[in-house]
Write a protein that binds this ligand. Sequence first.
Ligand SMILES: [Zn+2]
Ligand SMILES: [Zn+2]
Length: 133
Amino acid sequence: MTTSENQTKREQIVAEARRDQSARQKSYRERALKMFPWVCGRCGREFTGRRVRELTVHHKDHNHDNNPPDGSNWELLCIYCHDNEHAREQVAEWYQQGDSIETQSPPPDNKPFAGLADLLQKTATGSEKDQEE
Ligand SMILES: [Zn+2]
Ligand SMILES: [Zn+2]
């Protein structure tokens, strides 16, 4: 009976899972970038060219394995707003200690393009406002 053999196997599985995850992550990001305008859903900054790498995919239900083909679980956020989004969650979690972490609430309604319409309206009305960093 060798435990080290077991461990090697487990390490392989973990490594594979990691590889899988990063491959999946890459593909849903690419899909999301094809589907949505390159605009941060929070601060409204637009991204073009190489700066697009600052745009990340946020999962609305926080389940990175939930990647519906219509993109209804995705939101494009710049790295700063994305950071903020998760920082806020962490804070919220501190206040909810004792609650099960796995509290799942379904989205209020399923309108994948509701946010998009909002965005388009925003860009149409308030164009080129503040571009400063
Ligand atoms: Zn942003
Ligand atoms: Zn996120």
